[in-house]
Design a protein around this ligand. Sequence first.
Ligand code: FES
Ligand code: FES
Length: 185
Amino acid sequence: MSTNLQENGEDLFALHTLRLTINGEPRRVQVPAWTTLLDLLREQLQLTGTKKGCDHGQCGACTVLLDGKRINSCLTLAVMHDGAELTTIEGVANGDELHALQRAFIKHDAFQCGYCTPGQICSALAMAGENHARSRADIREQMSGNLCRCGAYNNIVDAIEEALPACRGEFENAAPALLNKGDAA
Ligand code: FES
Ligand code: FES
């Protein structure tokens, strides 16, 4: 018979060991089965650049790259991703050198409070790898999962439009630490 602590003989509070590569660094972590990827990043690893907005897959603030593809980290459990490679906003710059997208966001004043910005930048990086955006309308459509409560959309699109060629170049050069499993088709 099940109890609060056991289901089919399994300890529901057992910790699961995961090996991840986060921003190029191998990490070994232990998490309960119910820990979301977002909570692992923010609460356990103190990678707080990734933001929790809605916690329900609606705002995109928690977007990170998982094996080169964008994902809402609030909607997925960490235990599902043993062996994965993750890039968060903390891993986008190259040391002190900002990424082309980060420079473009500054140049075009593409944020106000900045809360959505890490998710916007991670999402735009992955979008470049998807290589389907050909126009401003495409950028708007393909970035529609990333909401900005401050309404900086025009400036965000300006920034992404400017940085997109440089981002695509990264995928073509298969920058291994950042986007090594992206779908660059
Ligand atoms: Fe994940 Fe809003 S916090 S989509
Ligand atoms: Fe404030 Fe986008 S800059 S939510």
